[in-house]
Write a protein that binds this ligand. Structure first.
Ligand SMILES: Nc1ncnc2c1ncn2[C@@H]1O[C@H](COP(=O)(O)OP(=O)(O)O)[C@@H](O)[C@H]1O
Ligand SMILES: [Mg+2]
Length: 295
């Protein structure tokens, strides 16, 4: 059997993803923006039925709508939630549409092999798996995570011929996925939108920007994940300030800095004999610098 090009394939809906998504700050707004954009694309049969039912015919605009590309680009700094949100959005979509589906995540491993000539093959096999995962009642999602590694602009001088060919293949595949009529959706995530090939960016139905948390979001993050510890509003305000751009050379802590460094280290400083206090938390923050911005 040939090795799958996917890191893992997740069956949707997934209880685990749902649970994780419930705790994502600012998720609802992002979901609505994407779902709003893809809704028409995702239910082309429904749209046709609607047109016939209410207008007694297939309105010409319907075909125009179907020409859009099922491509979503998630862009933003590292640790701002692009990967977790892609999963969450896919999971929520199948729930909203009362369908089932698969979430395929393109392996970053394969790229490390340094075989430029393999890139095109990789893209091809990814898309053929995507197509076979999409069915009448099933949605198939493909996440090309950290897509700049594959979808880099073809105008770069140093780019190898094989890599250019891979980008062309990728574009062609995105075009072909339209034929699946909304049963397959492609997500691309990137820290560096400026490096993604123009022809790909142009095809995206939505380009969604991810940012580091705002003051309010940082407060919400501490309050939510430490719920049960009674911090006063003033203390939450201080925690938010300590992780703000103003206190950190104009670059605040990212979601992952707080979730994967500050909170675990604070707990490690308390466990197993002490209470997790405001002081422990604020001291920990002072010792952890925000991760640098990736540009
Ligand atoms: N909106 C959010 N709310 C809460 N936690 C978040 C949010 N976004 C990211 N995180 C945390 O940051 C971690 C890294 O997110 P990830 O999706 O890997 O970032 P990216 O793909 O943008 O680098 C997640 O595992 C999660 O713990
Ligand atoms: Mg990521």
């Amino acid at each position: 059997m040939t090795k799958s090009v996917f890191e893992n394939t997740i069956e949707l809906p997934s209880a685990e993803i749902k649970l994780r998504t419930q705790n994502l700050i600012g998720f609802e707004k992002k979901f609505q923006r994407i779902f709003g954009n893809l809704k028409l694309l995702l239910d082309q049969e429904g749209l046709l039925e609607w047109s016939k039912k209410f207008h007694g015919m297939e309105l010409p605009i319907i075909h125009q709508l179907n020409d859009r590309y099922p491509l979503v680009i998630l862009e933003g700094d590292a640790g701002t939630g692009k990967t977790v949100s892609a999963e969450g959005i896919a999971d929520r979509m199948v729930r909203e549409l009362k369908k089932e589906g698969s979430f395929l995540k393109l392996s970053t491993r394969v790229r490390g092999e340094g075989l430029h000539g393999q890139m095109g093959n990789l893209v091809n096999s990814a898309f053929s798996e995507l197509k076979s995962a999409a069915g009448k009642k099933r949605l198939a999602f493909l996440l090309i995570d950290e897509a700049d590694a594959i979808a880099t602009t073809r105008s770069t001088l140093q780019m190898h011929q094989e890599e250019k060919a891979a980008v062309n293949t990728l574009i062609q595949m995105i075009d072909e996925v339209r034929e699946l009529k909304g049963r397959a959706i492609i997500f691309m995530s990137t820290n560096r939108l400026q490096f993604i090939d123009e022809a790909i960016v142009r095809r995206a139905s939505v380009v969604l920007k991810f940012e580091r948390p705002t003051e309010e979001e940082r407060k919400e993050l501490f309050a939510k994940y430490l719920e049960g510890i009674e911090f006063s509003p003033d203390q939450l305000q201080v925690l938010s300030q300590l992780t703000s751009p103003e206190q950190n050379d104009n670059l605040g802590h990212s979601f992952s800095d707080i979730m994967l460094k500050i909170l675990p280290e604070s707990i490690a400083a308390s466990f197993p004999d002490n209470v997790l206090t405001f002081d422990i938390l604020s001291n920990t923050i002072l010792n952890i610098k925000p991760s640098p911005e990736i540009k």
